[in-house]
Design a binder for this molecule. Structure first.
Ligand SMILES: [Fe+2]
Ligand SMILES: [Fe+2]
Length: 258
């Protein structure tokens, strides 16, 4: 029998993993906030007109979100092959579906904004630091380094996306806000998986923490540069930007990677 997602915190750790890593849990979760939407947008959300300069900046930001989502899509699918157990493989399969959906709804939003050739626009507008992050993530996956790749993807990349999308949604036009709010709910689940899996691994083998800290230190500057570029495009005052960088660092630090 199915269980309401809110009940899972009463389960013991093993039963909790079995529950939240399942397609059953995923399906109930996404149905709760995606039912009745079309490409992640609820019916009747107004199409607020944007000034040309504002539209231009939004297109650049959405193109970069597409780069991040493509990295997560390719990363999550590659991680299935090296995941150490079947529960993790099933969870990653749900994540692949989520990341594919994220890419799709962002491409749809770009089409609504009049972008006819999204691949060309993404190529033209992609941030160098984000592309470098993507290459590094995929090289960790190709190197079959489960812990480091999971840290890069389900903690670092997800923490960045979670922070930026949440912030952006607050000031965005209604359609973009609707799309981002749905994505953020999925990203929260992905971060939860990364924290749970790495937390257990570090507890069982504390020596891996030092190696993971090195990976984090290597990737932090790419994340913070990407933050800086995106937040500049979103028009956030320079004085407010460090706040979000700090929020990201705090999220990652919860695992002990200060
Ligand atoms: Fe995503
Ligand atoms: Fe994600």
């Amino acid at each position: 029998m199915s269980r309401a997602p809110a009940d899972v915190h009463q389960l013991d750790p093993r039963a909790f993993r079995e529950e939240v890593h399942s397609f059953e849990f995923w399906f109930q979760s996404v149905t709760g906030y995606l039912a009745g939407t079309c490409f992640g947008q609820h019916e009747g959300i107004p199409d607020e007109p944007l000034e040309p300069a504002e539209r231009e900046r939004l297109v650049t930001v959405l193109c970069n979100y597409c780069v991040g989502e493509t990295a997560a899509l390719e990363g999550a699918s590659g991680l299935i092959a090296i995941a150490p157990d079947r529960l993790s493989k099933v969870f990653l399969a749900t994540q692949v579906a989520d990341e594919g959906r994220h890419l799709e709804v962002l491409l749809n939003r770009l089409a609504q904004l009049g972008v006819a050739e999204p691949e060309q626009e993404i190529e033209r507008r992609a941030s160098r630091s984000l592309l470098q992050f993507k290459r590094r993530l995929l090289s960790l996956v190709a190197g079959r380094d489960w812990e480091a790749a999971l840290l890069a993807q389900n903690v670092i990349l997800e923490a960045m996306e979670f922070t930026v999308f949440q912030h952006h949604a607050r000031g965005a036009d209604p359609r973009t806000r609707d799309v981002l709010q749905g994505i953020v709910k999925d990203e929260r689940r992905h971060i939860g998986f990364g924290e749970n899996e790495l937390g257990r691994r570090i507890q069982a083998a504390p020596h891996i923490r030092a190696r993971l800290r090195e990976v984090k230190n290597e990737l932090d500057h790419l994340v913070l540069e990407t933050f800086e570029e995106t937040l500049r495009q979103l028009g956030l005052a320079a004085s407010d930007r460090p706040e979000l960088g700090r929020h990201y660092l705090e999220t990652v630090a919860r695992l002990g990677f200060e």
